[in-house]
Design a protein around this ligand. Structure first.
Ligand code: C5P
Length: 408
């Protein structure tokens, strides 16, 4: 399968912070997606990564000032032609210059001429990120519709830890793709909201080495958590087993194994939440008893495994829901002789009692373990929206639109 999805003109700005080295991987990801990427570093970024690296990886010339390539009027043309500007890392100084409309190098001049979505990805020490000057600059930039990502928390340069790390390049690339698909996908409309999202597939142990599991990669749940956090929500992601995924920046993670563990954490975490999304693939059955030793092959043939039914967590969360809380479920359906995917989705919405239900068609390589998803969003209040096929982050953004509208 080709990785190339679309060919768009992207400007990748790189400011002068140690995380500039991660811009090389981001650049690689953007070019492998088929985009034509023009890198514009600041002069200080070149202290961390040389222009030759960016030129080789992008196949495009690299300049920092407005006095190179003058007949081409690059400081105007690059911004005008861009379909997306991503600046990663965006330092405190870059945010300040952008907020104040400075145009003292090629990158900031390009920001002033760009009319496309702009994605700024801050990386700096925690003190700088939390300083009132930076807070004000971020608020000002966001009020102009510029997307300023929340940084990840964790180890910074030296021994410090705290918010200020650059999110992983794969996460930045996912959000860049989202803005190319939908420029208004990341408003700050969940600011002050608490949301809990479950993701991945539960594993029900049979003996110390075997379990019953499922094919859920967790990508949709992670995308929901990632998009909610970047729309301002305080997010708890309750993660069962997933593919090798990068934890979303600025999200609190709780990991679980079995459906019983997932249930316990979801019931506790949901108490204070404004919205709860059950994107996890929960095993409907578990082995009735856990065998304490590895089950051996015997002459008498395979053992019989007796199954017990797991509780339906979604139904339970609906029953426990405090006033004003929204509960969202997912339904992976296939059509059969009794009805199509949508018919089964409507019946499931009624049965589960949740406020919103995302219905996906699955099977034949659709949805499971794939980067893209689509389907329908059904609402208990009668709404029915088709979710056009696109990235899982795009589907997540549509779900959060519906949640934000209903939370008011
Ligand atoms: O009934 P079905 O498994 O199709 O329902 C899917 C929805 O119900 C998903 O939101 C899933 O997270 C949730 N679910 C649950 N507990 C179960 C089975 C499914 O919460 N035991």
């Amino acid at each position: 399968m080709s990785l190339v999805t679309d060919r768009r003109r992207v400007v990748l700005g790189v400011a002068g912070g140690i995380a500039a080295y991660k811009a090389c991987e981001l650049l690689r990801r953007l070019t492998e997606s088929g985009h034509q990427v023009r890198v514009i570093p600041t002069e200080s970024a070149l202290n961390f990564v040389g222009a030759a690296t960016f030129e080789a990886l992008s196949g495009q010339p690299v300049h920092t000032g407005v006095f190179t390539d003058v007949p081409e009027v690059a400081h105007v043309r690059l911004g005008q032609q861009a379909e997306l500007v991503v600046i990663a890392p965006a330092t405190a100084d870059l945010l300040a210059r952008a907020a104040h409309g400075r145009a003292d190098d090629l990158l900031t001049a390009t920001l002033l001429t760009a009319r496309c979505p702009v994605l700024l990805v801050p990386a700096m020490h925690t003190e700088m990120w939390l300083h009132p000057a930076t807070r004000d600059n971020v608020a000002l930039l966001r009020s102009r519709g510029i997307v300023v990502l929340e940084p990840a928390a964790g180890r910074l340069t030296g021994v410090d830890t705290g918010p200020g790390r650059l999110p992983e390049p794969v996460e930045i690339a996912e959000l860049a793709r989202l803005l190319l698909e939908r420029p208004d996908a990341l408003p700050q409309d969940l600011a002050g909201r608490r949301v809990v999202v479950s993701a991945g597939g539960t594993r029900e142990p049979l003996d110390p080495v075997r379990f019953l599991g499922n094919r859920s990669s967790g990508r949709q749940g992670y995308a929901l958590a990632r998009v909610a956090a970047q729309r301002g929500a305080q997010v708890t992601l309750v993660s069962a087993h997933t593919a090798d995924l990068v934890p979303p920046a600025s999200v609190r993670m709780v990991t679980v194994g079995t459906a019983a563990e997932l249930r316990e954490v979801m019931v506790a975490e949901s108490k204070q939440a404004d919205a709860v999304v059950m994107a996890a693939a929960v095993a409907d059955f578990r082995p009735e008893s856990l065998v304490g030793h590895k089950i051996k092959k015997t002459e008498s043939g395979p053992p019989t495994i007796t199954l017990a039914t797991n509780p339906d967590i979604l139904v339970e969360l609906v029953g426990l829901r405090p006033g004003g809380q929204l509960v969202v479920g997912f339904a992976a359906e296939t059509g059969d002789e009794s009805g199509d995917v949508l018919h089964h989705g409507r019946a499931k919405l009624a049965r589960k009692g949740c406020d919103l239900l995302v219905v996906n068609a699955v099977g034949d390589g659709v949805a499971f373990e794939q980067p893209d998803n689509g389907g329908w969003l059904l609402a208990a209040d009668g709404g029915e929206t088709e979710l056009a096929n696109g990235s899982k982050a795009l589907l997540a953004s549509r779900v959060w639109d519906a949640v934000a509208a209903r939370l008011g």
